[in-house]
Design a protein around this ligand. Structure first.
Ligand SMILES: NC(=O)c1ccc[n+]([C@@H]2O[C@H](COP(=O)([O-])OP(=O)(O)OC[C@H]3O[C@@H](n4cnc5c(N)ncnc54)[C@H](OP(=O)(O)O)[C@@H]3O)[C@@H](O)[C@H]2O)c1
Length: 327
């Protein structure tokens, strides 16, 4: 597995997202033993960056990651996120944006405990909090770095202006936002700013929540609580029209002697040196498939063909989620 850097932080070029093991997607939490094996297999294959968040579950995903990494903590760069659970709200405040210094302080202690570690390698603000200036967030993370609880600072779904303000207070190692063949908004403003500032980029949902793999052919495949049912892109006519994109990726994969997932990941890797996709899966066979995309070199013609594919129809996020995103 090749390595690259996010700021000064060295990581494997393809990493692993663990969200779907515990939340959001059909089958989450149904087979924790296989999820644990998947994380361990990823580490065996040379994956060094493992991506979780306190809100996944909430909480149980961090615990799952810790179980999988028992005795192997030092082999990985552990990334988690704060700011989407409010610990100052009586009912637990899951989904509430709260990056107040007091809430970050409460969150970090919980994450350290659940992850069974004395430090978080990469600590992301999960969403920008309209009620807390990002300078205050960066200031609090600076204190956590000085205390040895956190090594590197990250932002998720932050726009260029916010990134610059945060970076002026404390170096931002990585920005994590949605980026894939069907979600290319970050190309316009975010990626150029990151290149200029020397900040790494972590594309989340690099397989389009699984859609680009060609295995999702009908919304009926999703359980009632599956997050994708809330996404306009996965609904009705949009879903049907977007199948053409998945079919194009499949055709190109056949030509390249690869799988659609590997093509989607190789396309991302070709976008820049400091780009580290975190495909999510809870299955050993798929983590093997996805990580081997590191060795897939698409030709100039194949990359151009992928670049020319029409964008997906319909917004990826519903309106409420959309309002929490800067791009
Ligand atoms: N910062 C944020 O706000 C944010 C938001 C969303 C996600 N994330 C992070 O990004 C990570 C990845 O994103 P994601 O999980 O949303 O989407 P993704 O990686 O684009 O797709 C995951 C989906 O694809 C399926 N899949 C994975 N590999 C496959 C393969 N080779 N063939 C067929 N299907 C495959 C998975 O199913 P199985 O699990 O059944 O294999 C899962 O349903 C998350 O785990 C999380 O860490 C961050």
């Amino acid at each position: 597995m090749k390595h690259t850097t996010l700021g000064d932080l060295e990581v494997s070029r393809i990493s692993l997202g663990t969200m779907g093991m515990s939340s959001f997607y059909t089958g989450a939490g149904s087979d924790d033993a296989e999820s644990v094996r998947t994380i361990q297999r990823a580490v065996d294959l040379g994956v060094t960056l493992i991506d979780t968040a306190e809100v996944y579950g909430p909480y149980v995903n961090e615990e799952l990651v810790a179980r999988a990494l028992t005795g192997r903590r030092d082999e990985v760069v552990l990334a988690t996120k704060f700011g989407m659970v409010s610990h100052t709200t009586a009912d637990g405040g899951t989904g509430v944006l709260d990056s107040s210094p007091a809430n970050i302080r409460a969150a970090v202690e919980g994450s350290l405990k659940r992850l069974g570690t004395d430090h978080i390698d990469l600590y992301y603000q999960h969403r920008i909090d309209p009620n807390t200036p990002v300078e205050d967030v960066a200031g609090t993370v600076t204190e956590l770095v000085q205390e040895g609880k956190v090594r590197y600072f990250g932002l998720s779904e932050a726009g260029p202006e916010t990134i610059r303000r945060a970076h002026a207070v404390h170096p931002v190692a990585a920005v994590q936002s949605s980026y894939s063949l069907w979600n290319r908004e970050v190309e316009e403003r975010v990626l150029p700013a990151l290149r200029e500032l020397g900040i790494g980029f972590v594309p989340y949902s690099p397989l389009g929540h699984g859609f680009l793999t060609g295995t999702l052919r009908s919304p009926e495949q999703f359980d009632e609580g599956d997050w994708r049912r809330t996404s306009p892109r996965f609904q009705g006519e949009n879903f049907q029209r977007n199948l053409a994109l998945a079919d194009e990726v499949r055709a190109l994969a056949d030509e390249a002697g690869a799988t659609p997932a590997q093509v989607a990941l190789a396309w991302l890797l070709a976008k820049g040196e400091h780009i580290v996709p975190i495909p999510g899966t809870k299955r050993v066979t798929r983590v093997e498939e996805n990580t081997s995309a590191d060795a897939l070199e698409l030709t100039v013609e194949q990359l151009a063909k992928l670049d020319s594919l029409p964008p997906a129809v319909g917004s990826d996020e519903n309106e409420e989620a959309r309002q929490r995103i800067e791009r």
